[in-house]
Design a protein around this ligand. Structure first.
Ligand SMILES: NC(=O)C1=CN([C@@H]2O[C@H](COP(=O)(O)OP(=O)(O)OC[C@H]3O[C@@H](n4cnc5c(N)ncnc54)[C@H](OP(=O)(O)O)[C@@H]3O)[C@@H](O)[C@H]2O)C=CC1
Ligand SMILES: [Mg+2]
Length: 344
């Protein structure tokens, strides 16, 4: 028996050597989710992102740029003790992923601790996530979002919905179990369709009353139970602006942490250019209108610095939102077809 395990172990080593770095990292993360001992070891050598009441900790670099602060576990233990918390509190961290170099990353909620004392000790500041997205480099946004989403999910899933009994997390935080009912709960995202509708020369953007002043985005909506992406997309456009879309084209997807975790599925679609009259559902939308290529390129080229303080008349969601990707793709497509048209 022992020999066969040994054999398996050797095979795994050989295999992992032949894997690409990406595969090795994914296999490593898989192991950390399942093997508590390996998880504890990883936590000792990993880095932790701190959140205070779900706001991530940022640090200003010497070049004046803000970045997500990730603290070495040993440093964090010392900081915790300085602010009057047991160092073993780091064990409450959740596994987030690992860097390209295979360094494990974790998130920890420290909302019960004194915010300013922590900020001083960590040489950083806790910033509301929406605001942080305007400050940190684009590639850090998904990690900041995931860290917050995972913490929120654990905070709001402490009890079993069948028995009302407390649920218990596994070590890595990849699920929670109710020992009374035996039900395992995994972190969830709600599927949402988002679509940029074009009539060939203009695109349709809308705003909800709760959006920041002047911001217009692509149409979006939660998928109903049992719906396909295509059905949800047709229904949402019909409900919100009274149009029938065709030629659906998938663009990409994104995890979106606000207000709860959504899984955004982004598509392009067209309408018949003779049937573009919008009929807005005022319960959902404050406004929806067609924008020209010139209006869109102007908005893309001049994103507002601080839209909540100085909102422009019209602006589009920032680059970390998948709506921005859709709008950018549409503008590129328009530019190309205009060039081709001129060549004819
Ligand atoms: N990343 C991006 O680029 C963008 C992301 N989004 C995100 O997409 C999500 C959906 O967009 P939105 O247009 O508001 O959606 P909908 O058009 O479906 O309308 C939202 C309404 O659906 C109800 N609702 C809330 N949560 C759920 C749920 N989990 N399942 C079913 N219905 C629900 C709410 O009703 P009630 O309030 O009555 O309970 C809410 O008023 C939002 O979270 C938004 O932040 C939107 C645009 C761009
Ligand atoms: Mg909507």
């Amino acid at each position: 028996m022992l020999q066969s395990f040994k054999h398996l172990f050797t095979c795994n080593l050989v295999l992992s050597r032949s894997f690409s770095g990406y595969v090795s990292r994914m296999r490593y993360l898989m192991r950390l989710k399942e093997d508590d001992e390996a998880y504890r070891e990883a936590l000792k050598s990993g880095k932790v992102l701190l959140y205070h009441k779900l706001s991530p900790l940022l640090r200003k670099t010497s070049s004046g740029v803000y970045k997500l602060a990730s603290l070495k576990t040993s440093d964090l233990e010392q900081i915790l003790e300085k602010v009057g918390k047991d160092k073993h509190f780091v064990n409450e961290s959740f596994l987030l992923g690992c860097t390209d170099k295979g360094e494990p990353q974790f998130s920890l909620e420290v909302g019960d601790l004194d915010r300013s004392a922590l900020e001083k000790e960590c040489r950083g500041m806790f910033v509301d996530l929406r605001k942080a997205f305007f400050m940190i480099p684009g590639p850090e946004s998904p990690l900041a979002a995931k860290g917050q989403a995972l913490l929120r999910w654990h905070q709001t899933n402490c009890f079993c919905s069948a028995t009302g009994q407390p649920t218990v997390r596994n070590q890595s935080g990849s699920f929670r179990v109710c020992h009374s009912s035996g039900i395992t709960y995994y972190p969830k995202m709600a599927p949402v369709v988002i679509v940029l509708v074009s009539d060939g020369s203009r695109c349709l953007l809308a705003r909800q009353a709760m959006f920041p002043a002047g911001m217009y985005s692509a149409l979006s909506g939660f998928c109903d139970m049992g719906e396909s992406v295509e059905e949800a997309l047709h229904r949402e456009v019909a409900e919100e602006v009274g149009l029938e879309v065709e030629n659906l084209q998938y663009s990409g997807s994104q995890h979106w942490p606000f207000p709860q975790s959504s899984f955004m599925l982004a598509c392009h679609a067209t309408v018949n250019p003779d049937k573009t009259q919008v009929n807005i559902d005022k319960a959902e939308l404050e406004d929806a209108r067609w924008f020209t290529y010139e209006e869109i390129t102007e908005a893309l080229q001049n994103p507002p610095r601080d839209p909540r303080r100085e909102p422009p008349v019209f602006w589009v969601p920032p680059s970390y939102a998948i709506a921005n990707q859709l709008i950018q793709e549409w503008a590129n497509q328009q530019q190309l077809s205009r060039k081709l048209h001129r060549l004819k």
